[in-house]
Design a protein around this ligand. Structure first.
Ligand code: SF4
Ligand code: SF4
Length: 439
């Protein structure tokens, strides 16, 4: 029986590892659809960003209560991995609580700390479910949050509750078996929270209790492995992606828009700031972006990191004034399109040549034209995602490749070209308003 459990466990871990590796490769292929971009300068600043924003959750603390509860879920998730390590060793070696004899009293302290975190996670998940489904916080109920995104957000919370309840019940039955002197059940000392559940199981016989303990153990570890795979398909991928994403985040000031080198060179040559033969114009396949393959790899990594929290959309002035634009949807569409191309490529299909594009098939011109380039979404994002660069690249394509800007913009472009200002004044007239003040 013990061997059968070990074999079953080995099959379970091997299957989970296979599925996980396959999904990681898929995500890597999707991110590599993007164009190269070097984001490795100033490494100390990048490490600082990662430590403060991803590890320290710096940007979450604008709203202290959700931030604290989020911290519980996050720390609980990170530290629970120590316990998972023990469970995996136990499962493969056929042992039970293998760390206990080595850690002594510290083991009891550690398990009590895990239980404290587990209860914190439980409270946080219940709070998040209430906030989402009963209080109906507006940013969780925008048009892009229907169907799968809505279900995903709820599923993961329910999943975490099941895992936490399983571990508390497992510890409760384990303590009862220890008290009855059952074979293999190593003394753990009193575990505060789970011991409160012991009266519910006290009436059962020892063999039934062993059955319960084993069932909760299997539910817990199967749940954790399933959770690890599920996370890679869900918005909760940010648990892992937040680290590389904050490390590679742009270090430039938010208002700085990246110039296109080919255009800058042309303008410099026109203005006589650069000799015509100084830098031969680089081959430009396409100005701006029409599809995800025209974006940089970092834009696609941003999309896979998005937690769909909607803080960007809640701060977006265009969205607040009823426009169709939602920066969260821009990120979700970018991820969906990248996944569509990768799925097709891996299945031997046409990949990006399927006749569809990020522009128009996913993101409409109405959405793009509603953006004021204010950067509020970039400022609001807790994991340093930049939806604005994607919007700007798609708009660049519209303006530079299709000359398809709204009529008001075309007038503005012409004025800038002729009057060096958005208004129709000759440069010499621009300070006439001050003449009256002088007279
Ligand atoms: S930059 Fe655009 S998308 Fe971002 S908040 Fe401002 S208007 Fe909204
Ligand atoms: S882009 Fe950032 S702020 Fe917006 S939904 Fe995604 S994670 Fe949240």
């Amino acid at each position: 029986m013990a061997y059968l459990q070990q074999v079953l466990f080995l099959v379970l871990v091997a299957t989970a590892t296979f599925l996980l590796v396959r999904r990681i490769k898929f995500i890597k292929t999707s991110i590599n659809l993007g164009k190269p971009q070097d984001l490795t300068d100033n490494k100390p600043a990048r490490w600082r960003n990662m430590l403060l924003v991803a590890f320290g959750q710096q940007k979450m603390f604008k709203k202290p209560v959700p931030a604290l509860l989020h911290l519980f879920v996050y720390v609980g998730f990170v530290l629970i991995n120590i316990e998972v390590l023990e469970i995996i060793i136990d499962g493969l070696a056929g042992t039970h609580r293998i760390f206990a004899p080595y850690l002594g009293t510290f083991y009891t302290v550690l398990l009590n700390f895990f239980e404290f975190l587990a209860v914190g996670v439980l409270v946080a998940c219940v709070f998040f479910l209430i906030r989402r489904n009963i209080l109906k916080v507006p940013r969780f109920h925008k048009p892009e949050m229907k169907a799968w995104p809505f279900l995903d957000a709820n599923l993961i919370l329910v999943f975490e509750i099941i895992l936490v309840v399983a571990i508390l019940k497992m510890n409760a039955t384990d303590q009862l078996l220890q008290a009855r002197g059952a074979e293999h059940y190593t003394a753990t000392g009193r575990l505060f929270f789970s011991s409160l559940l012991m009266p519910f199981f006290d009436g059962f016989s020892t063999p039934t209790l062993v059955g319960f303990e084993r069932a909760f153990w299997w539910v817990h570890i199967t749940g954790i492995l399933a959770f690890a795979i599920y996370v890679t398909y869900s918005k909760h991928l940010h648990i892992f992606m937040a680290f590389p994403n904050t490390w590679y985040a742009s270090l430039k000031p938010k208002g700085e828009i990246t110039n296109m080198n080919s255009v800058t060179n042309e303008v410099k040559i026109m203005l006589g700031l650069q000799p015509a033969d100084a830098a031969p114009p680089a081959e430009v396949e396409r100005f701006g972006a029409k599809d995800v393959t025209d974006l940089s790899w970092k834009n696609i990594m941003d999309a896979f990191t998005c937690t769909e929290c909607g803080r960007c959309t809640a701060e977006c002035p265009a969205n607040q004034t009823g426009k169709k634009l939602s920066p969260r949807k821009i990120m979700m569409d970018t991820r969906d399109r990248a996944e569509e191309i990768t799925r097709s490529l891996l299945a031997g299909g046409k990949g990006a040549d399927d006749g569809k594009f990020l522009l128009d098939d996913y993101i409409s011109r109405e959405e793009l034209n509603a953006c004021t380039t204010c950067n509020a979404c970039v400022e609001a994002c807790p994991v340093l995602i930049n939806p604005l660069t994607i919007i700007i690249e798609l708009r660049r394509y519209l303006v530079m490749e299709e000359s398809s800007a709204p009529a008001e913009w075309n007038a503005m472009f012409q004025n800038i070209e002729t009057s060096f200002s958005p208004w129709k004044f000759a440069p010499s007239d621009r300070f006439k308003w001050a003449d009256e003040l002088r007279n």
